[in-house]
Unconditional design. Sequence first.
Length: 135
Amino acid sequence: MTASNSKPAAYRVTDPALFNQTWAEAFNSGDVDNVLALYQSDAILAVGDHVASGHGEIRELLSGMLAAPGKIAGRNNFFHVLDDVALLRADWKLYGDDGSVMEQGSTAEIIRRQPDGTWLYAVDHASGASMPAVL
């Protein structure tokens, strides 16, 4: 998917270093379209045991997430770019209305540079880097 030029400028990411901060701002807007605009049309989003593929399934999963109370903060822990692909890990916290931390985790993500220079998710695993070891 090529990023749409109709996206609000605040949700157009041209620097991978700002990707997760921008995702959190889009999430906190409460508008599923703002968040969905950061995913390729064929992207994968994994949240807990749920794996969504493509905009239709991702919209459904994001809508459920947006219905929950709280605001999220997220920042890249690191990012590594190779040509038009980047590997990211972000740390995030979901805060309740009283400021308490309701959930937290670390992501595993792949983003891809689009022809217009913006970056979009190809793979987003919300807790991929905070899962327990298998060995």
